[in-house]
Design a protein. Structure first.
Length: 585
């Protein structure tokens, strides 16, 4: 079947969904009002609360939620066939993921930019807030550890991507200073920055690949993955404590332009090459793989629905919304655009891999089987990322561009977006620790430097331990937990949004099916892992953490059931009075 037709059909569905379902949610359900002041104006501090144009905030928000999630997840799910992955990405994104992101953004915006955990405390109960914080901390700790590992693997596998990723940092700082200190416009500097980044791509590919000359994983702690991960964690600490306008906003805006260019090239490659799908449409039983149901819905998270997005929506984006109606563009459209990325990833992995000769001169379906024909568990992280990089590069190569430059463009895109998610996750973890310090009344935890140090230190401790691939792959130990916990967080975020609407006497019927799916499917997957995989293998660390997470989920749902009837039409606990913010908060 022709890949171009399927991709265009999916994109048309996203466009219709935005103008029909998205606008209905914004106008009839959440009643976004341009006359209502947003937290970015009420609490403007030049650090976290900064009124931002919706086009700029869209770039920050999209870059933060995208990362490698919509790349790695669909690349793995192609094992089960391209059709189930495509259907989940399209319909899950429209009816579940985009609704989740918009809802989390709105309820946080109308709670002075509080995190989804703090909002849970006001909408449900104080115990729910503490439970939410525990789950948020665990999710973000794994995200920071894993995404640091992903970028380190990309740097090691594609050394030509290193220069351009690091060059984008000083370019972003210069753009931020120009905009907020000189009063300049962002579009011009961002386009100049984009040209400089692509100039660095050319230099990195042809003249200056930054190869540390170390093995990917080593017996000691001298591997390239360990070194790059440590460097990235230091960067995350610095980025988390800098004002949001100085690095995150302009860097993410430049990265969003970079993604638009890469997506345009991928689309152009689809139009020119019109590759046929060489992956099977449905492959329910690949060797070594878990059952497609429920694990398809756990494997593909960010491309369809992801609980991590509720942390971004309520952590950074809600503090920067300039007007209430901007939430539709940032939250709902941002998720749909991530769906576009996931569709192109599936196209690259299911069709692009067959466009060029693989090992031994194989083409078509045979070239695809060289990536996916083996055991599920034998396909490592580098090969999963490489499936998209190589497949996407083949598609762009059809435009007549040199293949090595095409590989560099896609590798840089993946690394840059992983970096944006990495430092945003660190900033979010800093918020969680600061808010948790306020809840348990441990004032030192509210200091942004100490909170950031704990965020980086805990993730670094996970990443540095001896894992399945040697030192520096410790984050992979907890990776099997991440998918289920992340989707569980989405279900709990839906619960918070439902309580917000119940207290306002607004309809919630449209939230019940996605909320039920995101509560049942992750629990099902977690229990399957505990009793079918981890317990027989004697993996007690994952067993204990998995059971603990299941208990937290049950407790949270019970809190919701107890409050459901009493909450209808009753105003939540009032927001605390505005307090002046100190320099260390």
């Amino acid at each position: 079947m022709n890949t171009l037709f399927i991709a265009l059909l999916a994109f048309f569905g996203y466009l219709v969904a935005y103008h029909v379902y998205g606008r209905w949610l914004a106008r009839r359900i959440f009643r976004l009002d341009p006359a209502v002041s947003t937290p970015s104006h009420e609490m403007e501090d030049g650090l976290d609360y900064v009124p931002t144009k919706k086009s700029v905030l869209f770039g920050h928000h999209f870059s933060s939620i995208a990362g490698t999630g919509p790349i790695v997840g669909p690349a793995i799910a192609v094992f089960w066939g391209w059709l189930p992955a495509m259907l989940w990405v399209v319909f899950g994104c429209i009816f579940i993921g985009a609704v989740h992101d918009l809802g989390a953004l709105v309820v946080s915006m109308r709670s002075r930019g509080q995190s989804i955990g703090d909002v849970a405390g006001r909408m449900i109960s104080k115990r729910a807030r503490l439970l939410f914080f525990c789950i948020m901390f665990l999710v973000l700790m794994v995200v920071i550890a894993i995404f640091g590992l992903v970028i380190a693997v990309i740097f090691s596998r594609y050394p030509q991507s290193v220069l351009s990723v690091w060059v984008s940092m000083p370019i972003a700082i210069a753009a931020g200073l120009w905009i907020y200190k000189r009063g300049g416009h962002l579009l011009g500097p961002s386009l100049i920055g984009l040209l400089l980044v692509y100039g660095a791509v050319f230099i990195g590919v042809r003249y200056l690949p930054v190869d540390l000359g170390l093995p990917l994983f080593a017996e000691g702690y001298g591997s390239s993955v360990v070194v790059w991960t440590l460097i990235l964690l230091v960067y995350c600490f610095i980025a988390s404590v800098l004002p949001v306008w100085l690095l995150l906003q302009p860097r993410d805006y430049i990265n969003s332009h970079q993604l638009f260019v890469a997506l345009f090239l991928l689309l152009a490659g689809l139009f020119v090459a019109r590759p046929e799908l060489v992956a099977p449409a449905y492959n329910p039983g690949p060797a070594g793989a878990p059952p497609i149901f429920p694990f398809l819905f756990i494997t593909i998270a960010c491309g369809a629905v992801s609980g991590f997005h509720s942390l971004v929506s309520s952590g950074t984006s809600s503090k920067q919304l300039n007007r209430e109606p901007d939430a539709l563009y940032v939250g709902y459209a941002g998720m749909l655009f991530e769906g576009v990325l996931a569709v192109l990833v599936i196209a690259a992995c299911a069709a692009g891999l067959g466009m060029a000769k693989g090992d031994g001169g194989a083409v078509g379906a045979e070239a695809w089987r060289q990536y996916y024909g083996g055991n599920w568990q034998e396909m490592g992280l580098a090969q999963k990322v490489g499936a998209f990089v190589d497949g996407g590069a083949n598609m762009i190569h059809s435009l007549g561009l040199p293949l090595d430059l095409c590989v560099g463009v896609i590798a840089v895109m993946v690394a840059c977006f992983a970096a944006t998610t990495l430092d945003t996750a660190t900033r979010l973890q800093r918020y969680v620790i600061q808010e948790l310090g306020g809840v348990v009344r441990i004032r030192p935890l509210t200091n942004k430097f100490l909170a950031t140090a704990i965020a980086v230190g805990t993730a670094g401790a996970i990443a540095m331990i001896h894992g399945p691939k040697g030192p520096g792959s410790g984050g992979l130990i907890l990776w099997p937990l991440f998918g289920a916990i992340n989707q569980l967080l989405a279900g709990l975020a839906f619960l918070v949004v439902a309580f917000y609407l119940i207290r306002r006497n607004s309809p919630v019927w449209f939230l019940v099916p996605p909320m039920a799916l995101m509560v049942i499917l992750p629990a099902w997957a977690m229990l399957h892992n505990i009793f079918v995989s981890w317990l027989p293998q004697g993996n007690w660390l994952l067993v204990v953490i998995g059971i603990l997470v299941e208990c937290l989920q049950v407790w949270m749902i019970l809190e919701g059931i107890l409050m459901w009837r009493r909450a209808k039409g009753v105003a939540p606990e009032p927001l605390p009075p505005l307090q002046p913010r100190t320099a260390d908060e």
